[in-house]
Ligand binder design. Structure first.
Ligand SMILES: Cc1cc2nc3c(=O)[nH]c(=O)nc-3n(C[C@H](O)[C@H](O)[C@H](O)COP(=O)(O)OP(=O)(O)OC[C@H]3O[C@@H](n4cnc5c(N)ncnc54)[C@H](O)[C@@H]3O)c2cc1C
Length: 364
């Protein structure tokens, strides 16, 4: 005899993508269970910088811009609602993003015009006006509307809202396989037994490819390590985010400054290295020489869900109807999360999708 379903939807993975997906499904009236192998919000979504824009956004495919531009104007209200509904502040800060670049200003501006995004080209002296204390004598582009959230607080605030809304969460439970019944996904196998549901959503970050490997279609998501360092700065030292040569500084409200990040293909190894710390510190001091007077308070690493074309996978699995995937956001999981989680919820609920889902579909 087949087991009765316990939930409408199971979400696998308690990062920003899984938690916001669970919230969307709950808001639509689904009875949702979130299953997390460890504790929620402790992997990539905890480690990230929280810049609410892709870095060098003009370099990305339009499919990434489409998701980012849907979410960016909605982010301030989303973060305000998290604070309202859960009581924890994700620390939204509309700090703007200065990008130093010598030869990409035209490409950047063409892109910004095409997508109606506010961006000014700036010379070296204007750049210094925006970020006093800048080391290099370089211009670039200024994006005044780019904000940030503080990752560890963001994931805690989403978790608090899930709890406030009584969404079921099962931590320290690893999903090890999928239950198939009459050709459809009917739940998950876990280290704590089977759990049954009408639909399953996998939002397993860098681990998604491995989890789905047995099903036949390759989900090309691989871990890419990113290391960060944290300066104990003060609130007056830096108020804008600044990016140059793929390294960035993010000033938090309390004066701390996150500086990152490395891009390393080291498998699932999440350890930090002295080499990265020294390299990040040296680059930080040449970008913002005044940082030399602040101590490094912390260093950490996270595993991004890397995908070589940068386009996340969002959709139903072609080999197992009822199983959905939302993963592979690589360097942009926070900025893409509102659109990506809304889109997957639309597909799971049979609602008209906010965006054409074709570019994100899983290839059979
Ligand atoms: C250093 C760094 C800087 C970054 N900066 C930015 C930025 O400024 N802006 C931005 O938008 N993005 C940034 N990112 C990227 C962003 O953090 C990620 O794209 C995003 O967090 C991915 O979210 P996720 O929920 O898919 O993955 P994760 O947060 O990794 O969550 C996946 C979860 O699934 C769980 N899981 C995996 N397998 C199983 C299983 N079998 N059973 C149960 N649970 C499972 C894991 O334990 C984990 O909790 C950065 C990332 C890093 C590392």
């Amino acid at each position: 005899m087949s087991k009765p379903k316990q939930y409408d939807s199971i979400v696998v993975g308690g990062g920003i993508i899984g938690m916001l997906s669970a919230l969307q499904l709950h808001a639509a009236g689904r009875h949702v269970l979130l299953v997390e192998r460890g504790a929620t919000g402790r992997e990539s979504s905890w480690a990230g910088g929280g810049i609410l824009s892709p870095l060098y956004p003009w370099r990305y495919p339009d499919a990434v811009t489409a998701l980012a531009s849907w979410g960016q104007p909605r982010y301030p209200e989303l973060l305000a609602s998290l604070l309202r509904d859960g009581g924890l502040d994700p620390e939204y800060r509309p700090s703007g993003l200065l990008i130093l670049t010598d030869d990409e200003v035209d490409a950047a501006q063409d892109w910004a015009r095409r997508f109606s995004i506010r961006m000014d080209s700036v010379d070296a002296s204007t750049a210094r006006g925006i970020v006093p204390g800048l080391g290099p004598d370089r211009g670039g582009v200024w994006m005044p509307d780019v904000g940030q959230a503080r990752n560890p607080r963001l994931v805690k605030s989403v978790r608090a809202v899930l709890e406030a809304k009584s969404v079921s969460i099962r931590e320290h439970t690893e999903v090890t396989g999928f239950i198939s019944r009459a050709g459809r996904c009917a739940g998950v196998e876990t280290t704590d037994g089977e759990i049954h549901a009408d639909q399953v959503l996998v939002a397993g970050g860098a681990w998604t490819g491995g989890l789905l490997a047995g099903l036949g279609s390759t989900i090309p998501v691989e871990p890419v390590r990113g290391q960060m360092i944290l300066f104990r700065g003060n609130a007056d030292f830096l108020t804008r985010m600044v990016l140059a040569d793929d390294r960035y500084a993010i000033p938090r409200r309390d004066g701390r400054i996150v500086f990152g990040s490395t891009l390393e293909h080291t498998g699932f190894d999440k350890s930090t290295t002295d080499e990265a710390r020294n390299d990040l510190q040296a680059v930080a001091r040449s970008l913002l020489p005044g940082l030399a007077r602040f101590d490094i308070e912390n260093q950490w690493a996270g595993l991004r869900p890397g995908k070589s074309d940068n386009i996340p996978v969002i959709g139903e699995h072609p080999k197992l109807p009822g199983l959905f995937v939302n993963a592979g956001h690589f360097r942009n999981g926070v900025v893409l999360a509102p659109a990506s989680t809304r889109l997957v919820a639309d597909l799971m609920l049979g609602r008209p999708p906010i965006l054409d889902p074709t570019p994100y579909a899983i290839h059979p």
